[in-house]
Design a protein around this ligand. Structure first.
Ligand SMILES: CC(C)(COP(=O)(O)OP(=O)(O)OC[C@H]1O[C@@H](n2cnc3c(N)ncnc32)[C@H](O)[C@@H]1OP(=O)(O)O)[C@@H](O)C(=O)NCCC(=O)NCCS
Length: 195
């Protein structure tokens, strides 16, 4: 009878920032987002013209995961997703991604893009399971390590496998940082076939 409490997914708020930044530094030691990047993202996450949706996984007051989506002009971008190491393999990454895809549907996005380090096979497997397909590379996207990003895309009109129903409302323009150093959406070098 000692089941650990299961994490509740809820909107990320400013008071979550310290815990999120701590997790961010642990999970992305080479290219962690700065506090300013998170603040800027959250500034676009509320109100009728919101273009972002950020969620946290709250387990009895401890933040054990977080994820964010940007949506502009029919295209959504998975900005970030992270799960505390001691929770890896428990399905939380899948729950967070499911939540982002629900919001992409609510934003009426016809496709969802993301960048992932070419050496991050674990995350790539998760994305593949959710119907994301490789469409190209962004050279040196992750700095200062100069690691390439694999760009993956999911067509929201041809909904495969693990897809959820639509959720809350959302809206229109403007995108943001994305993981790595480049802009979140667009400018993809689709010169590779990847895999
Ligand atoms: C990538 C990341 C978010 C995945 O989170 P996660 O919670 O481990 O993801 P899941 O548990 O949903 O799925 C991961 C694996 O665990 C398996 N799994 C899911 N539920 C499971 C369960 N109950 N028991 C055992 N294994 C399980 C999944 O099948 C999956 O296996 P796979 O390797 O065959 O795909 C996490 O590893 C992470 O935070 N990494 C560091 C940050 C990062 O790289 N983020 C992505 C940036 S693009």
């Amino acid at each position: 009878m000692s089941e650990p409490p299961s994490a509740v997914l809820r909107e990320m708020r400013w008071w979550d920032m310290d815990a999120v930044l701590e997790l961010e530094d642990e999970l992305f030691p080479e290219d962690a987002w700065s506090p300013g990047m998170f603040w800027s993202e959250l500034a676009h996450a509320r109100g009728p013209y919101a273009t972002r949706r950020y969620v946290v996984a709250d387990e009895g007051g401890r933040i054990v995961g977080y994820a964010g989506l940007a949506a502009v002009g029919g295209v959504a971008d998975v900005q970030t997703i992270g799960v505390a190491r001691d929770h890896w393999g428990g399905g939380l990454g899948a729950r967070l991604l499911t939540e982002l895809l629900r919001h992409a549907t609510a934003f009426e996005s016809s496709e969802v893009l993301l960048e992932v380090r070419v050496d991050n096979t674990r995350a790539q497997r998760l994305y593949t399971r959710f119907g994301f397909e490789p469409i190209g590379f962004r050279k040196g996207y992750y700095q200062p390590g100069n690691v390439d990003a694999l760009v993956m895309r999911r067509d929201m009109k041809e909904t495969p496998g693990e897809t959820p129903p639509a959720a809350e409302p959302g809206a229109a323009p403007e995108t943001g940082p994305g993981r790595g150093t480049g802009p979140g959406t667009g400018g993809t070098d689709t010169d590779g076939s990847a895999g």
